[in-house]
Design a protein around this ligand. Structure first.
Ligand SMILES: [Zn+2]
Length: 229
């Protein structure tokens, strides 16, 4: 079976700003990505909670080994505004990531740097002021595994969110291939009205498309089931 990767986005939350701490090797770590050495006052650092191992409101979940993979893939990826991969350039660069543990919950928690340019002034102010506080990250992964029957969700009939003999069906995301970008979105937005411009889809929409593609006859195999650019 040769299925295309599963691409969608995942909401997270902006944790806060990184305090200026002299013991923190932040300048060295940021300068791995800069073409000339930056001084600490030239950039701001924000921390985000990117994704975690708990079932989210889209009934999907990352197993811990996939979070470890994401953790390694995030540094170097761009921070965008509202997933706008066509009209705008990145606002920042993720430069490091760590796995953060709080009881059962494990999350991938990267730091991103944003240059204090004139153009980024409003952007930084909106984050500092708590107006831009939600994040959304685009991923691709190989297998949406069904938590009920362990098959690929595109090939079984279980519905994420529905309960089967006391267990809620959800999607276990396996085989992460790529972290595409991370975006800041305005508070209160689910990002839904940006979907039309995106390369990535919400899980429920992606699954509907993937299933209809899977159940169609053979000629569809060469086609991609998500919207082409
Ligand atoms: Zn199933």
């Amino acid at each position: 079976m040769n299925l295309d990767p599963f691409i969608f986005r995942h909401e997270g939350v902006l944790i806060g700003m990184r305090a200026r701490d002299d013991a923190d090797p932040v300048v060295e770590e940021v300068n791995v990505f800069a073409l000339r050495p930056l001084r600490r006052e030239e950039f701001e650092v924000f921390t985000l909670d990117l994704c975690h191992n708990q079932m989210d409101r889209h009934f999907s979940r990352f197993p811990e080994e996939e979070l470890e993979k994401i953790n390694r893939m995030v540094p170097g990826r761009p921070l965008m505004e509202r997933h706008d991969l066509r009209g705008s350039l990145p606002r920042g660069t993720f430069f490091r990531c760590q796995l953060h543990r709080e009881g059962e919950r494990v999350s991938a928690r990267p730091d991103v740097y944003v240059l204090r340019t004139r153009e980024n002034e409003d952007f930084i102010l909106n984050i500092e002021g708590g107006v831009y506080r939600e994040t959304s990250i685009g991923f691709s992964f190989q297998t949406p595994e069904c938590s009920i029957c362990s098959r690929d969700l595109r090939t079984c009939d279980h519905v994420p969110g529905r309960t089967y003999a006391d267990a809620t069906c959800h999607c276990i995301m396996r085989g992460v291939l790529e972290v595409i970008e991370g975006s800041v979105v305005p508070a209160g937005s689910q990002g839904t009205h940006f979907i039309a411009q995106e390369r990535t889809l919400s899980l429920d929409r992606a699954l509907v498309l993937a299933r209809s593609e899977y159940h169609r006859p053979v000629e569809v195999w060469s086609k991609r089931w998500w919207a082409e650019e």
